[in-house]
Design a protein around this ligand. Sequence first.
Ligand SMILES: NC(=O)c1ccc[n+]([C@@H]2O[C@H](COP(=O)([O-])OP(=O)(O)OC[C@H]3O[C@@H](n4cnc5c(N)ncnc54)[C@H](O)[C@@H]3O)[C@@H](O)[C@H]2O)c1
Ligand SMILES: CC(C)CCC[C@@H](C)[C@H]1CC[C@H]2[C@@H]3[C@H](O)C=C4C[C@@H](O)CC[C@]4(C)[C@H]3CC[C@]12C
Length: 440
Amino acid sequence: MPVEHRVAARGRLRARVVGVVAGRVSVPGMGQEGEGGASGRGRCVGWPALDERRGPLQASLGTLGQRLQPGMADSAQAQKLVYLVTGGCGFLGEHVVRMLLQREPRLGELRVFDRHLGPWLEELKTGPVRVTAIQGDVTEAHEVAAAVAGAHVVIHTAGLVDVFGRASPETIHEVNVQGTRNVIEACVQTGTRFLVYTSSMEVVGPNTKGHPFYRGNEDTLYEAVHRHPYPCSKALAERLVLEANGREVHGGLPLVTCALRPTGIYGEGHQIMRDFYRQGLRLGGWLFRAIPASVEHGRVYVGNVAWMHVLAARELERRAALMGGQVYFCYDGSPYKSYEDFNMEFLGPCGLQLVGARPLLPYWLLVFLAALNALLQWLLRPLVLYAPLLNPYTLAVANTTFTVSTDKAQRHFGYEPLFSWEDSRTRTILWVQAAGSSAQ
Ligand SMILES: NC(=O)c1ccc[n+]([C@@H]2O[C@H](COP(=O)([O-])OP(=O)(O)OC[C@H]3O[C@@H](n4cnc5c(N)ncnc54)[C@H](O)[C@@H]3O)[C@@H](O)[C@H]2O)c1
Ligand SMILES: CC(C)CCC[C@@H](C)[C@H]1CC[C@H]2[C@@H]3[C@H](O)C=C4C[C@@H](O)CC[C@]4(C)[C@H]3CC[C@]12C
């Protein structure tokens, strides 16, 4: 029987435990020492400075921090660790949760924290590891603190991923920046020493000028200028995480942090891929090329991104001096292709065809349509949410080469992709087929 247990906070019952079951950045103009570079420390146009908004965690924590002193090396239970995954029911989060259960031998308890808990968590009840599902909101400092208390490692993957204008810029900032600040403060106050943050390639680019980032790595110089709320928020949050590295946590030991930057993630559970598939089915099996095939877009398989998180979290203690404060692009053997050609690797075997060796519409017309969509979104906002895939930002991302080529994660913590390109492709195709047939 799942144990129902609620965490009281601020007089209200909010974070809800619903089941208990078995680079240092060195950036142009920003300058921190060491390896790490192509960074989100670029300009974020129109957003508050980082230290303008402090979370209320200290006040809401009370004596929590004094009771709990997790330390991986010193603990008598060094072999059995408590992990917390925020956003553990999202696309990436679910893969991280499953990967930890499969591949982390020292896992003693896994806490899955999310605003919306997935029903699939129930199936994890039967395993040997205690899985604790916590319904909570990262913007609520006391809920985060309650979840973090006693954890040895936090993998912070919760985020509001919105490049389509569904959420307001303020909400995106609140979840991605303030939520991350709450996680950091919770670690400091409760004595949790190891924090892995899921950042994004978008803290680097593509920038608003459309400069290509061609097979770049963490040290590639690139002018990062953010205007859109999502990349802005990810860049600010990443900076918070990296700057928190070395802070003294409760118990006197230093916090060790790192940030992983996936490019466009694909794989089982990828909703945009499923949307393209359904759109193709609606159009009689055809998709129409919009972006030149020569524009390369970085993609990485979700299983490998999850594996990278698990490895980074595992190695943070042993390699703290090397990994602390570092950024790592997520990479694997997925081929360099345009966004649409890459999608066709999966959608093709599912029966769709991409029409046109070249874009069927002139680029200026796409720019016009994207601007029109943005205008319609703004006009209709009081009445209805109009959030199509095409807008000026998504067009710019899709139409700008952004690919990474690096081995930093391999050098720093021994990462090798767990899934070959062939495996990643097959798994994704099977998922698209299943997702498509369940939609019909
Ligand atoms: N999908 C990609 O291509 C991609 C690429 C690079 C980086 N990322 C990053 O990876 C992370 C996960 O992205 P995803 O694609 O799995 O997105 P997702 O939306 O599938 O997952 C995010 C999860 O966070 C949870 N969440 C959102 N707001 C929350 C809140 N206030 N409190 C608690 N939980 C909350 C959601 O419920 C969801 O389960 C994000 O931080 C995102 O920025 C994603
Ligand atoms: C112009 C149209 C034909 C195609 C529109 C495609 C567009 C919706 C796609 C293209 C690139 C996609 C982004 C890219 O893969 C990387 C990320 C980083 C991640 O942090 C969040 C998701 C995001 C922004 C993808 C969103 C969808 C995009 C813009």
